[in-house]
Design a protein around this ligand. Structure first.
Ligand SMILES: [Fe+2]
Ligand SMILES: [Fe+2]
Length: 375
Protein backbone atom coordinates (compact mmCIF):
# COMPACT_ATOMS: atom_id res chain seq x y z
CA UNK A 1 0.00 0.00 0.00
CA UNK A 2 1.29 3.43 -0.94
CA UNK A 3 2.36 5.55 2.04
CA UNK A 4 0.14 8.56 2.67
CA UNK A 5 1.81 11.89 2.15
CA UNK A 6 1.16 15.02 4.19
CA UNK A 7 2.17 18.66 3.86
CA UNK A 8 2.44 21.28 6.57
CA UNK A 9 0.26 24.37 6.85
CA UNK A 10 0.25 27.38 9.07
CA UNK A 11 -2.58 27.28 11.65
CA UNK A 12 -3.10 31.04 11.46
CA UNK A 13 -4.26 30.63 7.84
CA UNK A 14 -7.30 28.64 8.95
CA UNK A 15 -10.66 30.36 8.97
CA UNK A 16 -12.93 30.00 11.97
CA UNK A 17 -16.73 29.97 12.16
CA UNK A 18 -17.34 27.62 9.22
CA UNK A 19 -16.95 23.95 8.30
CA UNK A 20 -13.43 23.00 7.39
CA UNK A 21 -12.78 21.78 3.82
CA UNK A 22 -9.89 19.60 4.98
CA UNK A 23 -8.91 17.14 7.70
CA UNK A 24 -6.26 18.44 10.09
CA UNK A 25 -3.44 16.32 11.51
CA UNK A 26 -0.56 16.72 13.96
CA UNK A 27 2.66 14.73 14.03
CA UNK A 28 2.62 12.95 17.39
CA UNK A 29 5.98 11.23 16.96
CA UNK A 30 8.79 12.22 19.29
CA UNK A 31 11.36 10.27 17.29
CA UNK A 32 13.15 12.29 14.65
CA UNK A 33 12.66 10.92 11.15
CA UNK A 34 9.69 8.74 12.16
CA UNK A 35 6.37 10.51 11.55
CA UNK A 36 3.08 9.52 13.15
CA UNK A 37 0.18 11.61 11.98
CA UNK A 38 -2.96 11.84 14.14
CA UNK A 39 -6.18 13.45 12.97
CA UNK A 40 -7.32 16.27 15.25
CA UNK A 41 -10.12 17.74 13.15
CA UNK A 42 -12.49 16.17 10.61
CA UNK A 43 -13.40 17.93 7.39
CA UNK A 44 -16.98 19.26 7.07
CA UNK A 45 -17.04 19.79 10.84
CA UNK A 46 -17.25 23.40 11.97
CA UNK A 47 -13.92 24.87 13.06
CA UNK A 48 -14.26 27.58 15.71
CA UNK A 49 -11.87 30.47 16.20
CA UNK A 50 -11.23 29.20 19.76
CA UNK A 51 -10.10 25.85 18.35
CA UNK A 52 -7.81 27.59 15.87
CA UNK A 53 -6.28 29.73 18.64
CA UNK A 54 -5.68 26.55 20.67
CA UNK A 55 -4.00 24.84 17.70
CA UNK A 56 -1.75 27.87 17.17
CA UNK A 57 -0.65 27.78 20.82
CA UNK A 58 -0.47 24.02 21.27
CA UNK A 59 0.97 22.64 18.05
CA UNK A 60 4.14 23.61 16.37
CA UNK A 61 2.82 22.53 12.99
CA UNK A 62 -0.44 21.28 11.44
CA UNK A 63 -0.57 18.83 8.53
CA UNK A 64 -2.97 18.09 5.68
CA UNK A 65 -3.17 15.02 3.45
CA UNK A 66 -1.47 15.54 0.10
CA UNK A 67 -4.69 14.28 -1.54
CA UNK A 68 -6.55 17.25 0.01
CA UNK A 69 -4.05 19.86 -1.16
CA UNK A 70 -6.30 21.07 -3.98
CA UNK A 71 -9.21 21.58 -1.56
CA UNK A 72 -6.94 23.53 0.76
CA UNK A 73 -5.59 25.75 -2.02
CA UNK A 74 -9.03 26.40 -3.47
CA UNK A 75 -10.18 27.62 -0.07
CA UNK A 76 -7.09 29.80 0.50
CA UNK A 77 -7.03 31.34 -2.99
CA UNK A 78 -10.73 32.13 -2.77
CA UNK A 79 -10.20 34.33 0.27
CA UNK A 80 -10.50 38.04 -0.37
CA UNK A 81 -8.83 39.03 2.93
CA UNK A 82 -5.48 37.49 1.92
CA UNK A 83 -3.03 39.63 -0.06
CA UNK A 84 -1.54 38.48 -3.38
CA UNK A 85 1.93 38.24 -1.77
CA UNK A 86 0.60 35.79 0.85
CA UNK A 87 -1.16 33.70 -1.78
CA UNK A 88 1.97 33.70 -3.93
CA UNK A 89 4.05 32.58 -0.97
CA UNK A 90 1.69 29.66 -0.38
CA UNK A 91 1.70 28.77 -4.09
CA UNK A 92 5.48 28.98 -4.24
CA UNK A 93 5.94 26.79 -1.18
CA UNK A 94 3.63 24.19 -2.71
CA UNK A 95 5.76 24.12 -5.86
CA UNK A 96 8.97 23.96 -3.81
CA UNK A 97 7.56 21.02 -1.82
CA UNK A 98 6.96 19.19 -5.09
CA UNK A 99 10.43 20.04 -6.38
CA UNK A 100 11.94 18.70 -3.16
CA UNK A 101 10.16 15.41 -3.78
CA UNK A 102 11.58 15.17 -7.27
CA UNK A 103 15.10 16.21 -6.27
CA UNK A 104 15.31 13.96 -3.23
CA UNK A 105 13.36 10.94 -4.40
CA UNK A 106 16.46 8.96 -5.38
CA UNK A 107 17.28 8.66 -1.68
CA UNK A 108 14.17 6.60 -1.06
CA UNK A 109 14.09 4.60 -4.23
CA UNK A 110 16.44 2.36 -6.03
CA UNK A 111 18.74 3.91 -8.57
CA UNK A 112 18.51 7.29 -10.18
CA UNK A 113 15.28 6.84 -12.12
CA UNK A 114 12.66 9.47 -12.27
CA UNK A 115 9.26 8.10 -11.36
CA UNK A 116 5.83 8.86 -12.63
CA UNK A 117 4.65 10.15 -9.26
CA UNK A 118 7.50 12.65 -9.06
CA UNK A 119 6.46 14.20 -12.36
CA UNK A 120 2.75 14.01 -11.47
CA UNK A 121 3.36 16.12 -8.35
CA UNK A 122 5.15 18.77 -10.40
CA UNK A 123 2.43 18.64 -13.06
CA UNK A 124 -0.22 19.29 -10.39
CA UNK A 125 1.82 22.19 -9.13
CA UNK A 126 2.13 23.78 -12.58
CA UNK A 127 -1.61 23.32 -13.20
CA UNK A 128 -2.22 25.17 -9.92
CA UNK A 129 0.20 27.90 -11.06
CA UNK A 130 -1.62 28.32 -14.39
CA UNK A 131 -4.90 28.75 -12.53
CA UNK A 132 -3.33 31.08 -9.98
CA UNK A 133 -1.70 33.32 -12.60
CA UNK A 134 -4.98 33.93 -14.47
CA UNK A 135 -4.62 37.50 -15.74
CA UNK A 136 -1.57 38.49 -13.74
CA UNK A 137 1.08 40.37 -15.72
CA UNK A 138 4.75 39.51 -15.60
CA UNK A 139 5.49 42.79 -13.80
CA UNK A 140 2.84 42.05 -11.15
CA UNK A 141 4.25 38.58 -10.69
CA UNK A 142 7.84 39.83 -10.47
CA UNK A 143 6.85 42.43 -7.87
CA UNK A 144 4.99 39.94 -5.76
CA UNK A 145 7.67 37.23 -6.07
CA UNK A 146 10.15 39.85 -4.87
CA UNK A 147 8.13 40.21 -1.67
CA UNK A 148 8.11 36.48 -1.00
CA UNK A 149 10.98 35.21 1.05
CA UNK A 150 11.77 31.51 1.00
CA UNK A 151 14.49 29.75 2.98
CA UNK A 152 15.08 27.19 0.32
CA UNK A 153 18.02 26.58 -1.96
CA UNK A 154 18.68 28.73 -5.01
CA UNK A 155 17.75 25.92 -7.40
CA UNK A 156 14.22 25.49 -5.99
CA UNK A 157 13.49 29.17 -5.57
CA UNK A 158 14.79 30.06 -9.03
CA UNK A 159 13.05 27.14 -10.77
CA UNK A 160 9.64 28.14 -9.41
CA UNK A 161 10.10 31.75 -10.54
CA UNK A 162 11.20 30.60 -14.00
CA UNK A 163 8.07 28.44 -14.25
CA UNK A 164 5.80 31.38 -13.36
CA UNK A 165 7.55 33.73 -15.82
CA UNK A 166 7.65 31.17 -18.63
CA UNK A 167 3.89 30.53 -18.43
CA UNK A 168 3.15 34.28 -18.51
CA UNK A 169 5.62 34.83 -21.37
CA UNK A 170 4.04 32.11 -23.53
CA UNK A 171 0.54 33.46 -22.79
CA UNK A 172 1.75 36.85 -24.03
CA UNK A 173 3.69 35.54 -27.05
CA UNK A 174 0.94 33.20 -28.15
CA UNK A 175 -2.30 34.35 -26.54
CA UNK A 176 -4.24 31.34 -27.80
CA UNK A 177 -1.89 28.78 -26.29
CA UNK A 178 -3.66 25.66 -25.07
CA UNK A 179 -3.53 24.49 -21.47
CA UNK A 180 -1.28 21.64 -22.63
CA UNK A 181 1.19 24.15 -24.12
CA UNK A 182 1.16 26.27 -20.96
CA UNK A 183 1.67 23.14 -18.89
CA UNK A 184 4.58 22.13 -21.15
CA UNK A 185 6.45 25.41 -20.77
CA UNK A 186 5.59 25.66 -17.05
CA UNK A 187 6.97 22.18 -16.39
CA UNK A 188 9.98 22.99 -18.56
CA UNK A 189 10.70 26.03 -16.39
CA UNK A 190 10.12 24.15 -13.16
CA UNK A 191 12.32 21.21 -14.21
CA UNK A 192 14.95 22.95 -16.36
CA UNK A 193 17.64 22.24 -13.76
CA UNK A 194 16.47 18.70 -12.99
CA UNK A 195 19.95 17.34 -13.79
CA UNK A 196 21.31 19.19 -10.75
CA UNK A 197 19.82 16.36 -8.75
CA UNK A 198 23.06 14.53 -9.53
CA UNK A 199 25.36 17.38 -8.46
CA UNK A 200 26.60 18.03 -4.94
CA UNK A 201 24.65 20.71 -3.01
CA UNK A 202 27.90 22.28 -1.81
CA UNK A 203 28.64 23.19 -5.43
CA UNK A 204 25.05 24.16 -6.21
CA UNK A 205 24.67 26.54 -3.29
CA UNK A 206 28.10 28.12 -3.60
CA UNK A 207 27.63 31.75 -4.65
CA UNK A 208 31.39 32.32 -5.00
CA UNK A 209 33.85 31.56 -7.75
CA UNK A 210 33.76 27.92 -8.81
CA UNK A 211 36.91 26.01 -9.77
CA UNK A 212 37.19 24.79 -13.38
CA UNK A 213 36.50 21.28 -12.19
CA UNK A 214 33.36 22.37 -10.30
CA UNK A 215 32.15 24.36 -13.29
CA UNK A 216 32.71 21.35 -15.54
CA UNK A 217 30.55 19.30 -13.19
CA UNK A 218 27.80 21.94 -13.32
CA UNK A 219 27.96 21.91 -17.11
CA UNK A 220 26.89 18.29 -17.13
CA UNK A 221 23.45 19.02 -15.62
CA UNK A 222 21.58 19.51 -18.92
CA UNK A 223 22.62 16.04 -20.08
CA UNK A 224 21.94 14.46 -16.69
CA UNK A 225 18.49 16.05 -16.76
CA UNK A 226 17.82 14.84 -20.29
CA UNK A 227 18.67 11.27 -19.26
CA UNK A 228 16.34 11.42 -16.23
CA UNK A 229 13.39 13.02 -18.02
CA UNK A 230 13.87 11.05 -21.25
CA UNK A 231 13.81 7.71 -19.43
CA UNK A 232 10.75 8.46 -17.28
CA UNK A 233 7.56 6.53 -17.99
CA UNK A 234 5.39 9.54 -17.23
CA UNK A 235 1.80 8.54 -17.98
CA UNK A 236 0.51 11.84 -16.51
CA UNK A 237 1.84 13.82 -19.48
CA UNK A 238 1.74 13.13 -23.21
CA UNK A 239 4.85 11.81 -24.97
CA UNK A 240 4.90 14.97 -27.11
CA UNK A 241 4.97 17.06 -23.94
CA UNK A 242 7.68 14.89 -22.43
CA UNK A 243 9.85 15.33 -25.55
CA UNK A 244 9.41 19.12 -25.49
CA UNK A 245 10.28 19.34 -21.77
CA UNK A 246 13.31 17.08 -22.26
CA UNK A 247 14.54 19.41 -25.01
CA UNK A 248 14.33 22.46 -22.74
CA UNK A 249 16.17 20.61 -19.99
CA UNK A 250 18.92 19.75 -22.49
CA UNK A 251 19.06 23.09 -24.33
CA UNK A 252 18.48 25.83 -21.76
CA UNK A 253 22.22 26.72 -21.65
CA UNK A 254 22.62 26.88 -25.43
CA UNK A 255 23.26 30.42 -26.75
CA UNK A 256 21.82 31.62 -30.05
CA UNK A 257 25.35 32.46 -31.31
CA UNK A 258 26.52 28.89 -30.71
CA UNK A 259 28.71 29.56 -27.66
CA UNK A 260 26.52 27.67 -25.20
CA UNK A 261 26.59 24.08 -23.98
CA UNK A 262 26.31 21.09 -24.18
CA UNK A 263 26.12 21.05 -28.01
CA UNK A 264 26.90 24.62 -29.16
CA UNK A 265 23.59 24.78 -31.04
CA UNK A 266 22.78 28.00 -32.94
CA UNK A 267 19.61 29.99 -33.68
CA UNK A 268 16.76 27.80 -34.85
CA UNK A 269 18.61 24.61 -33.98
CA UNK A 270 17.43 25.47 -30.46
CA UNK A 271 13.72 24.82 -29.73
CA UNK A 272 11.33 27.74 -29.22
CA UNK A 273 10.55 26.83 -25.60
CA UNK A 274 14.27 26.42 -24.83
CA UNK A 275 14.92 29.95 -26.12
CA UNK A 276 11.97 31.33 -24.15
CA UNK A 277 13.08 29.62 -20.94
CA UNK A 278 16.64 30.92 -21.52
CA UNK A 279 15.17 34.46 -21.40
CA UNK A 280 13.03 33.96 -18.27
CA UNK A 281 15.95 32.12 -16.66
CA UNK A 282 18.26 35.13 -17.31
CA UNK A 283 15.61 37.63 -16.16
CA UNK A 284 14.98 35.87 -12.85
CA UNK A 285 18.69 35.44 -12.09
CA UNK A 286 19.31 39.19 -12.20
CA UNK A 287 16.05 40.53 -10.76
CA UNK A 288 15.51 38.27 -7.73
CA UNK A 289 16.80 38.94 -4.27
CA UNK A 290 18.30 35.80 -2.77
CA UNK A 291 20.74 37.12 -0.19
CA UNK A 292 23.54 36.86 -2.78
CA UNK A 293 23.71 39.85 -5.09
CA UNK A 294 21.41 42.88 -5.05
CA UNK A 295 18.64 42.49 -7.60
CA UNK A 296 18.44 44.83 -10.58
CA UNK A 297 15.30 46.81 -11.30
CA UNK A 298 13.32 45.36 -14.16
CA UNK A 299 14.32 48.33 -16.35
CA UNK A 300 18.05 47.81 -15.72
CA UNK A 301 17.63 44.07 -16.19
CA UNK A 302 16.04 44.51 -19.61
CA UNK A 303 18.71 46.98 -20.75
CA UNK A 304 21.41 44.58 -19.60
CA UNK A 305 19.73 41.66 -21.34
CA UNK A 306 19.41 43.74 -24.52
CA UNK A 307 23.21 43.72 -24.69
CA UNK A 308 23.15 39.91 -24.85
CA UNK A 309 20.73 39.82 -27.79
CA UNK A 310 22.14 37.82 -30.68
CA UNK A 311 24.67 36.23 -28.33
CA UNK A 312 22.87 34.51 -25.47
CA UNK A 313 19.29 35.30 -26.40
CA UNK A 314 17.09 35.50 -29.47
CA UNK A 315 16.24 39.00 -30.75
CA UNK A 316 12.63 38.47 -31.84
CA UNK A 317 11.72 36.66 -28.64
CA UNK A 318 13.45 39.23 -26.48
CA UNK A 319 11.60 42.11 -28.21
CA UNK A 320 8.44 40.28 -27.32
CA UNK A 321 9.58 39.70 -23.77
CA UNK A 322 10.26 43.44 -23.33
CA UNK A 323 6.68 44.15 -24.40
CA UNK A 324 5.48 41.46 -22.02
CA UNK A 325 7.35 43.07 -19.10
CA UNK A 326 6.44 46.64 -19.78
CA UNK A 327 7.00 48.28 -23.13
CA UNK A 328 9.70 50.85 -23.86
CA UNK A 329 12.57 50.73 -21.39
CA UNK A 330 14.72 53.83 -21.10
CA UNK A 331 16.45 53.47 -17.72
CA UNK A 332 19.56 51.41 -17.05
CA UNK A 333 23.27 51.30 -17.85
CA UNK A 334 23.79 50.52 -21.53
CA UNK A 335 27.57 50.15 -21.08
CA UNK A 336 27.37 46.96 -19.03
CA UNK A 337 26.80 43.44 -20.18
CA UNK A 338 27.13 39.92 -18.83
CA UNK A 339 29.50 37.47 -20.51
CA UNK A 340 28.07 34.83 -22.86
CA UNK A 341 29.00 32.15 -20.33
CA UNK A 342 27.04 33.84 -17.48
CA UNK A 343 25.13 31.04 -15.77
CA UNK A 344 21.67 32.15 -14.58
CA UNK A 345 21.12 28.79 -12.92
CA UNK A 346 23.87 29.35 -10.35
CA UNK A 347 23.81 31.71 -7.35
CA UNK A 348 26.25 34.59 -7.69
CA UNK A 349 27.77 36.87 -5.02
CA UNK A 350 28.41 39.64 -7.50
CA UNK A 351 27.03 39.81 -11.01
CA UNK A 352 30.06 39.43 -13.33
CA UNK A 353 29.51 42.62 -15.32
CA UNK A 354 31.91 43.56 -18.06
CA UNK A 355 32.12 46.92 -19.76
CA UNK A 356 30.76 47.15 -23.23
CA UNK A 357 32.41 49.78 -25.35
CA UNK A 358 30.05 51.20 -27.91
CA UNK A 359 31.39 50.95 -31.49
CA UNK A 360 31.36 54.70 -32.09
CA UNK A 361 33.82 55.29 -29.20
CA UNK A 362 36.30 52.78 -30.72
CA UNK A 363 35.93 54.57 -34.05
CA UNK A 364 36.66 57.94 -32.42
CA UNK A 365 39.80 56.58 -30.76
CA UNK A 366 41.08 55.18 -34.08
CA UNK A 367 40.34 58.47 -35.78
CA UNK A 368 42.33 60.33 -33.09
CA UNK A 369 45.29 57.99 -33.66
CA UNK A 370 45.20 58.66 -37.39
CA UNK A 371 45.12 62.42 -36.75
CA UNK A 372 48.14 62.13 -34.36
CA UNK A 373 50.11 60.01 -36.91
CA UNK A 374 49.40 62.49 -39.68
CA UNK A 375 50.60 65.33 -37.44
FE1 LIG B 1 20.69 25.20 -15.74
FE1 LIG C 1 18.05 28.41 -14.36
Amino acid sequence: MRKKRYFSISADLLQGGKPSAIDLYVNSSTVQGRDEFVKIHHRFKELSQIEINTYVLKYHQLYVLESQRKLYLREVFGREDLKDAKKTEIMKNVAIDHLKLIFNSQNEKEGENLFENDVMSCRDSVLEMIEFIENKSLRQMQKVLGEVYTHDSYTYDHSVNVAFYSIIFLKFYRPHSSKEELLTIGLSGLLHDLGKRKISTTILNNPGQLSDEQFNQIKKHPEYGEQLMGACSCSGISSKMQRAITKVILEHHENVNGTGYPSGLKGDEISLYSKMVAITDFFDAITSYRSYHEPLSYESALVLMENSVGKKIDKKLFDNFKDCVGGVITKGNTFLELPDDFDPCQPTNVLPFKKREPKYIKKDINQNRKVKKAA
